[in-house]
Design a protein around this ligand. Structure first.
Ligand SMILES: [Zn+2]
Length: 766
């Protein structure tokens, strides 16, 4: 996933002051408010209790308001330092607690944390919204902005000023009177609805289980059976339990011969939030959509998608649609061909029945075994979690010369492992927490975020503390965690986000954030290395025998790599499309029906066939109704254009760990945060604009014409439609970005959830 920061404010001297003064203003010692004494900036996980959050939030909001008041009440002439920089340095304590709470409530949301979340998140949203709509504050920001030409600011200062000003404008600072009041109301309602959406989904997830007896699981691989057995035990039940979490559901759909049970489980998944019970999300989706339309139009945009994309690399919904549409037709065609192949097998098993959505995984696996002789379960024997983790650490060391060393440190959960990250010059770069396995209180999916962000304090870089949280197949008995392809790839993905956080060397907090459609570049590019034979051989050894993965198996993996890409690309693009569709509405249709709207747009208008469901449907699309991806699920595809083209540079260099390229990737791009526009950083690294061909090729949607010629400079006339590369870069012109479509999408992108409360905070997830 990814990070979407709120506004930030803040930093050094003020923070020190606050840490000291807080003990005086708070009656009892609160570790969240005290100065964190770890020399590595590790939060005092061992001291924090749930009851600390609420008072800490209250005090931190008060501190923040005092800082804002000081900026507003200053009698000095508004300057970059006393307004823009002061704002950047305000609210640090609040932000620190907010970040931490977001991460911890996603990885452990028990009832008491949920209470705090329900109570405090709306208050904090209101707090930030009130600052962004503070007229007196905005007048001072505007005063500095209006005289920016004469201020002699350097490049980063100018960017910070512009970003700060734009953030206020996008938050409604230019609105007056009633309109401004209405916007405040809308923001509050949206927050409440989003929390309800997330809570409903959590309840729907845990309310459904499939309980089976030994005979019903006899055809499943042993590992899958064991996992279901321990899931049953954890619930105090006999037998075997399957849930709607993907690590539980997908193996069942893949291996169970029982169609009825497959259907029952998958329908449970598809119907979440759509069961006409008290956890139904249809009305919430409708209300949120309506409020978002109103919000966008108050702010001067035609639709919510126009509002969101204006601030992204894509620039407009049209640019996003252009990409998605270009992917849609060929992937649908390719998925149809896959379906036909499966139909033949299906008809042998069930001559008089019709293939259904819930049959896809089972028959895809059959084809994979028969046509490609690839048995995923056999591959998993080489992908123990420890192996894959060591593989990515080794890769990071090869590319960037950084070392991951286990360290003792306070942990928020006993299942975490902690690593100190040592830089090439032996200095401390940051800390990484890994939290790989599911818990009943953990959100689904996988994500990465900061427990403690990188920033500058008195001119010195304060190293970050980063967490990668996943829901991988857990170890069972004496069998270690054996990852699927997708899981191994997800680990590399989240690790890519982690490196982005760890490498950050950003001067101003307000410049930490990158565009949403850039965020998945650092993560997705790591996936490219995961299954390169050269890399695979460094980590994929059999968990029992220690044998290195055989070449023959690697060849099978490569041959099968395009298999099922039609399906994966179709379900992913379908989700991105329905996200754009609902957020591109300019007014709410009369008698709006969420389910019908989805069907009309996908099956009706675009020809999606009934054997495939979009990866997410509206009633459980947490990314867009309870995460930071509204009108942004396309980010994954957009960034895939970038990551495949970026990785192509390594391939072309004939050394996939080329030192010079890796160095540029780190220092010109990953370390920069949002100090420069994404496209500018990308071109600096890549030496040219993104080309979407490598992405289409990787998904089997593009074949190079034969004979393949060495590409020199000739424009590739055969390249599908327009897109990136063809926009000539205008030398010296930087914000060409708005028009510069890029994109990509992810193959088996693993994006899953957006941790509930974090919305604005961070989690990256694939
Ligand atoms: Zn991600």
């Amino acid at each position: 996933m990814k990070r979407i920061f709120v506004l930030f404010l803040a930093m050094f001297s003020l923070m020190m002051n606050y840490s000291c003064s807080s003990d005086m203003t708070v009656p009892e010692h609160n570790p969240l408010l005290a100065e964190w004494t770890s020399d590595k900036n590790i939060p005092p996980f061992d001291k924090i209790r749930t009851e600390h959050y609420e008072p800490a939030f209250e005090v931190a909001m008060k501190m923040h308001n005092d800082e804002i008041d000081a900026i507003v009440r200053s009698e000095e002439e508004p300057t970059f330092e006393n307004v823009i920089l002061a704002l950047d340095n305000a609210g640090i304590k609040l932000y620190d607690i907010y970040l931490l709470f977001g991460m911890l409530s996603s990885s452990d949301l028990d009832d008491t944390m949920q209470e705090v979340q329900n109570k405090m998140m709306p208050r904090i949203d209101d707090h930030f919204n009130a600052i962004m709509l503070n007229d007196s504050l905005f007048m001072r920001v505007e005063a500095v902005y209006n005289k920016r030409a004469e201020l002699k600011l350097d490049e980063l200062q100018t960017r910070l000023l512009e970003k700060t000003y734009n953030k206020f404008v996008r938050s409604g600072a230019l609105l007056k009177g009633e309109k401004k009041e209405r916007l405040k109301q809308i923001n509050t309602e949206l927050t409440m609805l989003s929390i309800r959406f997330g809570n409903n989904l959590l309840a729907e997830n845990s309310n459904f289980i499939l309980e089976l007896n030994a005979q019903q699981v006899a055809d499943l691989p042993e590992g899958v059976r064991k996992q279901a057995e321990s899931a049953a035990k954890a619930r105090g039940k006999e037998g075997y339990v399957f849930t709607l979490d993907k690590p539980s559901m997908l193996p069942f759909l893949t291996y169970s011969k029982n169609r009825d049970l497959r259907r029952e489980l998958y329908n449970g998944y598809l119907m979440r939030g759509n069961n006409n019970n008290d956890k139904d999300n249809k009305e919430i989706v409708k209300q949120m959509t309506e409020l978002r339309i109103e919000k966008a139009q108050l702010l001067g945009y035609k639709s919510y998608s126009h509002y969101v994309t204006a601030d992204q690399m894509a620039g407009t919904p049209e640019a996003v649609y252009a990409l998605l549409n270009e992917i849609w037709e060929p992937s649908l065609k390719s998925a149809k061909a896959e379906l036909e192949e499966m139909q033949t097998m299906f008809k042998k098993d069930h001559p008089n029945e019709t293939f259904e959505k819930s049959d896809w995984w089972y028959y895809a696996e059959k084809v994979r075994k028969e046509k490609y002789q690839l048995d995923e379960d056999a591959v998993r024997q080489y992908l123990s979690f420890d192996n894959v983790r060591n593989g990515m650490f080794t890769l990071a060391n090869r590319l960037y010369k950084v070392t991951f060393r286990p360290m003792a440190a306070p942990r928020y959960h006993e299942e975490c492992t902690v690593y100190e990250v040592i830089d090439v010059d032996n200095t401390h770069l940051g800390v990484l927490y890994l939290d790989p396995f599911p818990r009943s209180t953990k959100s689904g999916g996988a994500w990465c975020g900061n427990f403690s962000e990188q920033r500058y304090v008195n001119g010195v870089r304060r190293a970050p503390v980063v967490g990668v949280v996943c829901n991988f197949t857990p170890p069972v008995g004496d069998t270690p965690s054996l990852l699927t392809f997708d899981e191994a790839e997800t680990l590399f993905h989240e690790f890519g986000h982690a490196l982005h956080c760890l490498f950050a060397d950003v001067k101003y907090r307000g410049l930490a954030e990158v565009e949403g459609d850039f965020v998945e570049l650092p993560s997705q590019i790591m996936e490219n290395w995961a299954f390169e034979p050269e890399i695979l051989k460094t980590y994929a050894t059999h968990y029992r025998t220690g044998e290195v993965i055989p070449d023959q198996l690697i060849r099978k993996i490569q041959r099968a790599s395009l298999f099922n890409q039609g399906f994966v690309t179709t379900e992913l693009t379908a989700a991105a499309l329905i996200d754009m569709d609902i957020h591109s509405l300019e007014k709410m249709p009369k008698d709006f029906d969420v389910v019908k709207f989805e069907n009309d747009n996908l099956a009706g208008r675009r020809g999606l066939f009934p054997e495939i469901a979009p990866r997410y449907r509206y009633t459980y699309f947490a990314h867009i109704f309870n995460g930071g991806y509204s009108s942004g699920y396309y980010f994954y595809l957009w960034a895939e254009v970038l990551d495949k083209h970026a990785f192509d540079a390594f391939k072309q260099s004939r050394d996939i760990c080329d030192e010079k390229l890796a160095k540029s990737l780190r220092y010109d791009l990953l370390a920069q945060g949002g100090q420069y526009p994404g496209m500018e950083m990308y071109r600096k690294f890549r030496g040219e604009s993104p080309d979407k061909k490598p992405m289409l090729r990787a998904r089997g949607l593009w074949k190079d014409p034969e004979p393949v010629e060495e590409v020199t400079e000739a424009p590739k006339a055969e390249a599908p439609k327009s897109l990136f590369k063809q926009q000539p870069v205008q030398p010296g012109q930087r914000p060409a970005i708005q028009q510069q479509p890029v994109n990509k999408s992810g193959k088996a992108v693993k994006p899953d959830v957006a941790p509930k409360s974090i919305t604005k905070v961070e989690p990256v997830k694939k």
